[in-house]
Design a protein around this ligand. Structure first.
Ligand code: HEC
Ligand code: HEC
Length: 282
């Protein structure tokens, strides 16, 4: 499959999937941000952990890369090699709760390294949220095919030989102490959410990036939210429509699939954080 052939408007989810060969991090700018992040819980709107875990699977984008029914898809590339996002319905049956939690949050599979699973985003999840995600995965009936194991194509072999390639566990170690700017205790909850849900594309420092990623238009600095009213921001998160009623490409789909599942309190916390960030460092 050639991911660059896919239209962003038609297949936002597949496009999201194409983004992760390189996590977005401006090493220099991020270097100052070394304070570790506290584990917060996402809002718990259902006392049933399975329902809570299902909401997290949307908000955290598992349903993007692993597809909405979590059966996975083909990311293979002639240069990089065979790679499928795992069929999580099979993984949930094959691995223990503990093994699943370690794969998600540490990027470590018992028998081999994981590639391009962005566990560095999930390394700071609260243990109870991680457990709820695993509870949800464990309810999935085994569905669809078991996918082939990854192979190493010529371009990936070069990256491995030059030391440029990092597996999922190495990314966790690399990004462990990096987080969006620390704006104090009032904004700590939002800082935690932003690290897990926005930093993947807008960078750990939330300064955006023009770095070329498959099919992704440049991602602006989230300081742009300083120009949004609370209502406009809430509309963006719920419907994917930007200020002024503009349709967005990738971001439109990401909002509708993932961020429409945020609670109002989560959206407000993110908004307050981003407005404060824009005020302090426009
Ligand atoms: C940006 C894309 C992306 C996102 C987001 C993502 N994954 Fe993955 N995940 C992958 C890829 C790619 C693999 C396959 C890695 C491999 O086989 O080396 C994978 C592998 C896994 C595995 C290992 C399964 C196995 O049988 O080997 C688990 C478990 C997993 N993901 C769970 C999750 C969960 C839960 C979420 C959401 C919290 C999530 N993933 C979000 C891309 C993603
Ligand atoms: C999968 C990648 C991805 C993720 C994750 C992501 N964004 Fe974006 N975002 C984009 C891209 C790409 C654009 C540029 C607009 C477009 O889609 O063409 C954008 C644009 C924006 C804009 C600018 C809208 C405007 O006025 O033009 C805002 C605000 C924004 N994102 C907020 C967020 C927030 C908040 C999060 C986390 C809750 C987030 N984004 C997560 C990719 C992403």
């Amino acid at each position: 499959m050639n991911k660059s052939m896919l239209g962003v408007m038609l297949l936002p989810i597949l496009v999201v999937a194409g983004l992760v060969r390189t996590p977005v991090a401006d090493a220099e700018a991020v270097a100052e941000q070394t304070s570790a992040i506290e584990p917060f819980r996402f809002n718990v709107i259902s006392t049933n952990p399975v329902e809570h875990g299902e909401r997290l699977s949307a908000v955290l984008g598992c349903i993007g890369c692993h597809t909405p029914d979590l059966t996975g898809e083909d990311w293979s590339d002639p240069e990089l090699g065979v790679l499928w996002t795992a069929n999580l319905t099979h993984s949930a049956a094959a691995f223990s709760r503990h093994e699943l939690a370690v794969m998600i949050s540490e990027g470590k599979r018992p028998d081999r390294a994981l590639m391009d699973m962005p566990s560095y985003l999930f390394s700071e999840l609260h243990p109870e949220d991680l457990a709820a995600l695993v509870d949800y995965l464990k309810t999935l009936p085994v569905d669809g095919a078991q996918h082939p194991e990854p192979t190493i194509g010529p371009a990936l072999a070069e990256d491995i030989a030059s030391g440029e390639f990092k597996d999922s566990a190495q990314w966790v170690a690399e990004m462990k102490d990096q987080a969006p700017p620390d704006l104090g205790p009032d904004h700590a909850f939002a800082r935690f959410i932003l690290r897990a849900t926005c930093a993947e594309c807008h960078g750990m420092n939330l300064q955006g990036s023009t770095e070329q990623l498959t099919d992704a238009p440049p991602r602006p600095s989230l300081r742009i939210v300083g120009a949004y009213s609370a209502e406009e921001f809430s509309t963006l998160m719920k419907t994917g429509k930007a200020k002024g009623g503009r349709d967005l490409n990738l971001m439109g789909g990401v909002s509708r699939w993932r961020y429409s599942r945020f609670t109002e309190q989560e959206v407000k916390a993110i908004y307050d954080y981003l407005v404060e960030m824009a005020r302090q460092a426009p």
